[in-house]
Design a protein around this ligand. Structure first.
Ligand SMILES: NC(=O)c1ccc[n+]([C@@H]2O[C@H](COP(=O)([O-])OP(=O)(O)OC[C@H]3O[C@@H](n4cnc5c(N)ncnc54)[C@H](O)[C@@H]3O)[C@@H](O)[C@H]2O)c1
Length: 426
């Protein structure tokens, strides 16, 4: 029997709790791939609470730490860590975990800026350890099916994707740090998922033209228990309003290397009727893809008269097949729909990330979302911000290389990522 990976969760807030549920889900499915042996948080209360929850869910209480180095030193044979600290600390925490010799599964966005991503990737390179980025949306079976439909030519050659979400009014989404430019504004924090999905479906983007806005600078605390209620414990301590400094809406036109165009609207200050859709048009037909993690079916509409949102869609995706663990978790190898509540779906997708991490560590395989892929999603989001500042379309290469970084400069300076000029300390 292969020994489970000895793992730590670093960052015991809302996502830390969701990741614990994912580990428990994996174990319930009969896949004992990881053992949670340590939890770490600067806020000791959060770490203690997560350890208590782990005792209930997993039957064993992980050791509690507030310091990464002490955790690595004092935990027997620790091999890996999940970095679920707030996004503005990933460039330090994930880089430190890698430098301490731990394989690292870092939450999205890989970092708050391109320089931050580079810092983590360099740490991975130096340590030789695995860096995997937790992009859970693409692991949704419905997104696996959408990609297979596109790759198998169901709609012909892709011409155009419309990715739109307009909702949110003036509410705080989950935590105040998701409202500040310097700590990871919502259009990056949520938008990076969409940037990953767009490139997962259609391949790399090459350029983008964008406009950004901050529509609602005063945000009101309303529904702060967060997705699945995981943040309820912290909600009572939030102030009634939050002054936002980060843009809450991005509007972009994207060109993909393979030729398709994309129109992307991520508007987190939309009033009135909440609106969301993802439509792909090709030379033979279209796909309407449901909201991520809902399990709703894909609608395939073809010029030859085929129009369905049911099992028949599978005939157009012969390559679609979930892997062994996903099949166990979702109950079949080729699901076209599923019916779980949000927390259940959420923990199944997170379980898959740990199953893959364990497999990569044991076999030496590369993770599906490596540092470069995680950075590319961050770059597509920032292409819209940088384009707005430069008032011209920008290439993804310019953003990825740091040649265009005017928007991010203030964040980089805040994070200490701008190198001092030679002799500055003299
Ligand atoms: N994939 C998804 O669907 C999804 C959903 C929500 C959050 N996330 C990501 O997960 C990460 C965490 O988000 P969250 O909502 O849990 O945030 P949060 O604010 O609820 O929790 C962050 C935790 O990290 C701790 N922390 C901060 N700096 C630390 C450090 N240096 N060392 C140890 N602990 C530290 C904080 O004390 C806090 O407990 C973010 O990057 C976010 O984007 C992903």
């Amino acid at each position: 029997m292969v020994e489970p990976i000895r793992l730590a969760i670093v960052g015991c807030g809302g996502m830390g709790r969701r990741r614990l549920a994912g580990i428990a889900e994996l174990k319930r499915a009969g896949e004992h791939a990881v053992d949670l042996v340590a939890v770490c948080d600067l806020n000791e209360r959060n770490a203690e609470d997560l350890a208590d929850e782990a005792k209930v869910l997993l039957g064993a209480r992980p050791a509690v730490f507030t310091d990464l180095a002490a955790m690595t030193r004092q935990t027997d044979a620790l091999e890996a860590a999940g970095c679920t600290t707030d996004s503005g600390s990933h460039h330090r925490v994930a880089a430190d975990l890698l430098a301490l010799g731990l394989h690292t599964l870092c939450e999205k966005p890989l970092a708050l800026t391109i320089r931050g991503c580079d810092r983590i990737m360099a740490a991975a390179e130096r340590s030789g350890k695995i860096l995997s980025v937790a992009e859970n949306y693409r692991r949704d079976p419905i997104n696996r099916l959408a990609r297979a439909l596109i790759a198998d030519g169901a709609i012909g050659a892709p011409q155009f994707v419309m990715e739109t979400a307009v909702r949110g009014r003036d509410s705080v989404i989950i935590t105040p740090w998701r409202r500040q430019k310097l700590t990871g504004t919502i259009t990056l924090d949520a938008g990076v998922h969409n940037a990953d999905i767009l490139q997962y479906y259609l391949g790399d983007a090459v350029s983008a033209f964008g406009q950004t806005r901050l529509y609602e600078p005063t945000r009101v605390v309303r529904e702060t228990a967060g997705p699945g209620g995981f943040y309820a414990g912290w909600a009572a301590n939030l102030p009634p309003t939050v002054e936002a400094t980060g843009e809450d809406a991005i509007f972009g036109l994207i060109t993909f290397a393979a030729g398709a165009l994309g129109q992307w609207v991520e508007h987190h200050a939309g009033h009135g009727l909440p609106f969301r859709h993802r439509m792909l048009f090709g030379t033979r037909g279209s796909l309407a893809v449901p909201e991520d993690r809902t399990g709703q079916p894909i609608r395939l509409t073809l010029d030859d008269g085929f129009d369905a949102a049911d099992e028949r869609v599978l005939d157009y995706a012969p390559s679609y097949r979930l892997d062994r663990v996903a099949t166990a978790l979702f109950g079949e190898e080729r699901p076209w729909t599923y019916d779980f509540d949000f927390p259940t779906t959420d923990r199944k997708l997170i379980a898959l990330e740990y199953a893959e991490l364990a497999d990569c560590i044991r076999t030496g395989a590369a993770p599906e979302v490596d540092g470069a892929t995680g950075k590319r999603a961050v770059a597509l989001v920032y292409a819209l911000f940088e384009s707005h500042v430069a008032n011209r379309p920008v290439t993804i290469a310019e953003v990825e290389s740091g040649a265009v970084d005017a928007y991010q400069h203030e964040i980089d300076a805040h994070l200490g990522l701008i190198p001092k000029p030679a002799g500055a300390d003299a």
